[in-house]
Design a protein around this ligand. Sequence first.
Ligand code: HEM
Length: 534
Amino acid sequence: MERLTLVTQSVVIACLIFYAVSKIIVNLAKRRSFGNRCSRFEGPPRLPIIGNAYLFIGSAEAIMNKFLELDKLYPRYYQLSLGTRSIFVTSVPEQLKVIFNSAKTIDRGGLLDFARPWLGSGILLAKAAKWQVHRKLIQPTFSPMILKSFIEVFSRQSAMMVRQMERHVNGDEFEVQKYLSPYTLNMICGTTMGVKLEAQTDENCQYAEAVEKTTSSICTRALRPWLHSSFIFYRTQLGKEQQKEIQIMHDFVENVIRTKKELLQNRLCQPELNTNEYDEPKIGGEVFLDHLLNLPRDKKTLTDDEIRDEVHSIVLPASDAPAITVSFVMLMLASHPDLQDKVYEELREIYGDDDNEDQLVTPDDLSRMNYLDQVIKETMRLFPGSPFLIREVTDDLDIGDRVLPKGSSVAPNILRLHRSEEYWSDPFKFDPDRFLPENITEQYPHSYLPFGAGPRSCLGKPNSDVEDDLELLHGLSLRIEVDRIEVCHDDDENVRGDDSSTICFDERSSCTCRTYPTENGNGAETSGTDHIEN
Ligand code: HEM
């Protein structure tokens, strides 16, 4: 009997060992064949283990410049590897069309997974099945009617931002991003949560700071394969700080959800509770959070954690990309005084000589700002708010002349697409007339994608147009002339204004303004309009 038990045990152990060894062999074979399939794509040379990570060491500007160099070496597409992750970077419209519309590349993940401790499985990072349900639930919040009701919030917020900036009129140059980021964050907190964040007035606003620091630490981690392992990352100073910042954001949003829930329950009997703390749209519109809390019972009810994830997942894209876009619009207007004057004239036609900065903007006013709209579109062509996107390939995907293997990532290279001479004549010329209605029809299909495309494209697209217009309107209605300009740039054709871009405001007295040469960090002299032509 004892012998029989021993034999049985040996057989079981042998089977387990056999199973473990064959699993290792199969995994190695899979990795090898995955590696082989990926290595067929051209790209910069890779080092063992870290792959191409050696290319992306240094400041954000240095990393951006590296990407621009790669665009020159590989103008259509290339393959990168970061540790075990393989990324196909492409700017070919035909390939992008397939990628954006395929069910096999709906998922975001890969490097973006490092944002999961913050965004959870909200709409930005949700896997396909969950994403489909949540997008259907959330989409109605972004209907044109509800968005119109937000205009008053946007309008008040932009007036506040302009008042803050006003102190710089006729003064020294200043970092415009310092005002824009808190403004967009404030505005989006007003329209998503109905909360007055005070990010514009309180420089130490913890939530705003936490958003900024966490975004930056996620990017740092993504480009450093040795920080990919959670075991290592959370033992570093960066990892520990990130955990702290994420906790601050979670506490903030959870607190708002709790208060909102109480408010919604008590609203009928205590309407006076709905007062100063909240910055709600006036025209009977719900804020995003109300919509999620009020979902009819027959629809899926979201848990508090899911609601928190959704709020985070809206606040991030809705504050980041618009702030970047508006700062580049200002930069372009500063660099092109003639176009600035055209925008100014358009606004004068709408508002006359009335210089009332407290005047609220109406949807009708916005619909008449055609030239401003063209300027914004052309700015988003040259400086897309999201220069690269990223999607996961969940099954082998044929994109025409090649197959992207399951398990890899694909990064639509929007920056390169928008600046490619293959699809845009004289691509570095800043020319808003490209977006005249008669010229739009001539554009190469899928060559202009600032909001992505397909079923998972930007949810806030109409929102962002409205927001950009309003912000600029208020800036310009102040009769500010953007006079001097200092931009970061690389040393050839690409003006690269970044977070540290500074501009100057002068009171508008004549129709002239100038850009002047400035020294960049490397000592080279250039003007802000270096190769982005007038
Ligand atoms: C200038 C302004 C904006 C730009 C350039 C922009 C751009 C983008 C891009 C490129 C994507 C990724 C699309 C893709 O992967 O195909 C995206 C996603 C998204 N954006 Fe925007 N965005 C802007 C403003 C906004 C605003 C104001 C909101 C919300 C109010 C918003 C909400 C979202 C959401 C929720 C997603 C994820 C959609 C999904 O996964 O289903 N965005 N945005």
